[in-house]
Write a protein that binds this ligand. Structure first.
Ligand code: NAP
Length: 212
C-alpha cells in the first residue's frame, strides 16, 4: 500500500475514508521533498528546445559528452528504454536503471549487460528506490522526453546544457518557471551549462528560454 511517492497511500486512504486530503497531504509533501534532494535531471537542449531527432541526439559535441560524464559518474542514471537503445550499452561507472512497460524486454546482446542494468516497469518503482536509498546517493534522470516529463515534478535540480545552435527535431524539453537559474557549470562557444534549482511547486509554465 505504501510507496515512495505517497500516491498509493493517498488513494488508499481516500478510497477507504481513512483520512481527508488535508491529513494525507503532508506525507506526500515529505515523500516528494526527500526524493527531490536525491534526484536531478541532466539534459542538453538546443536553442529551439530540441533534445532529439529520430531517436538520436542531433549534434555531437565531445566536450558536452565529457561534461555529462563528469556530472553523472559514480551515480545512478535513469533512462527510458528508447534512450538506452540509442546509447546501445550501459554507461560505465554508473548504475543504469532502464524503464520499460514491456516485461519481456532485454537489452540487445544482453550477455554481460544484464548485471550492469536494472530494468523497472514503471516510474513509481524508481521513485521507491530513490526514497529508500541513503541520503548520500544521487540519481540522474538522463532522458528522453517521456522520462523527463514524468520525473520533472519530483526533481529538485536540473543541470541543463544550452547548445548554441538550433536543430530540427522531434523530442523537446523546456525548464518550468518553478526553477531558477543558478551556478554556471561550463561555458564554451558550443554550449553553456547551468544548475537550475526548484524554487516552488506552483507555476508549471515554461521559461521562454528557447524561443528563436
Ligand atoms: N539531449 C539530451 O540531453 C537527450 C538525453 C536523452 C535522450 N535524448 C533523446 O530523446 C529521444 C528519446 O526520447 P523519448 O521520449 O522518445 O523516449 P525515452 O523517454 O527515452 O523512452 C521512452 C520509453 O520509456 C518507457 N517508459 C516511459 N514512461 C514509462 C512508464 N511510466 N512506465 C514504464 N515505461 C515507461 C517506454 O518504453 P517501452 O516502449 O519499452 O515500454 C517508452 O517507450 C531520443 O531522440 C534521444 O536521443 C536526448
Amino acid at each position: 500500500m505504501l510507496d515512495g511517492t505517497g500516491h498509493n497511500m493517498v488513494k488508499f486512504c481516500l478510497q477507504k475514508n481513512l483520512a481527508t486530503p488535508e491529513q494525507v497531504l503532508p506525507t506526500c509533501i515529505h515523500a516528494r521533498m526527500s526524493i527531490a534532494g536525491k534526484l536531478s535531471i541532466i539534459v542538453a537542449v538546443s536553442k529551439n528546445g530540441v533534445i532529439g531527432k529520430n531517436g538520436r541526439i542531433p549534434w555531437r559535441i565531445s566536450e558536452e559528452l565529457k561534461f555529462f560524464r563528469s556530472i553523472t559518474m559514480g551515480h545512478t542514471v535513469i533512462m527510458g528504454r528508447k534512450t538506452f537503445e540509442s546509447i546501445g550499452k550501459p554507461l560505465p561507472g554508473r548504475k543504469n536503471l532502464i524503464i520499460t512497460r514491456n516485461e519481456n524486454w532485454l537489452p540487445k546482446d544482453f550477455c554481460g549487460k544484464l548485471s550492469q542494468v536494472n530494468i523497472l516497469s514503471n516510474i513509481d518503482a524508481a521513485l521507491d528506490m530513490i526514497q529508500g536509498s541513503p541520503a548520500s546517493d544521487h540519481f540522474w534522470a538522463i532522458g528522453g522526453e517521456e522520462i523527463y516529463q514524468q520525473f520533472l515534478p519530483y526533481v529538485g535540480t536540473i543541470v541543463c546544457s544550452e547548445i548554441s545552435a538550433a536543430y530540427e527535431g522531434d523530442a523537446f524539453f523546456q525548464i518550468p518557471r518553478t526553477f531558477a537559474r543558478g551556478e554556471k557549470l561550463h561555458e564554451s562557444p558550443q554550449f553553456v551549462a547551468h544548475r537550475w534549482v526548484r524554487t516552488s511547486d506552483l507555476d508549471e509554465t515554461r521559461h521562454p528560454l528557447y524561443r528563436n
